[in-house]
Unconditional design. Structure first.
Length: 162
């Protein structure tokens, strides 16, 4: 299953939904993660907040390919995309295991294929390096086999990269 998480305006929804199985619009119309860890302990794999991100961890956790389209924010995800990723912590468990010689949380949904980040907006070389590293580390932590970080200056390039 291919999932696209994006912070673009609604005018891109048609193009995006035509290129994926599920879409998550990071539009900010949801509550931020409260850090209660209830999705790990009290009610595993379910957020107690009853908004549109309640099932985000399942959608992301079951993705074979996750494509994140985000505006550059100092070499990191936009605030709205970061908020969705924070709310997807339920895709792992509170238990730990070793992957690649490093300690990580046990995956609730198993391994995945590609964690791909498409970054738009002005981006310095240092921010690009930070984004590549961030994508690589997020991919490892969430059980993805590989990662990519691509940078576009013109939104017309987006369609060919999805």
């Amino acid at each position: 299953m291919k999932v696209i998480l994006h912070d673009l305006d609604r005018s891109y929804d048609g193009m995006i939904t035509a290129r994926c199985d599920r879409m998550i619009a990071a539009d900010g119309k949801y509550a931020p993660c409260q850090g209660c860890f209830g999705c790990w302990t009290k009610h595993p794999a379910e957020c107690f907040m009853k908004d549109k991100l309640r099932q985000a961890y399942r959608i992301i956790g079951q993705a074979d390919e996750l494509v994140i389209v985000t505006k550059n924010l100092y070499g990191g995800y936009s605030a709205t995309v970061k908020n969705v990723l924070d709310r997807s912590i339920g895709s792992s468990t509170p238990f730990s295991t070793y992957r690649g010689g490093q300690m990580h949380h046990t995956l609730r949904y198993g391994r995945h294929g590609l964690w791909k980040v498409i970054v738009y907006g002005d981006t310095t070389e240092a921010e690009k390096a930070t984004f590549r590293y961030l994508a690589e580390r997020n991919a490892i932590n969430d059980g993805f086999e590989r990662s990519e970080a691509l940078f576009i200056r013109d939104m017309a390039e987006l369609e060919g990269l999805l």
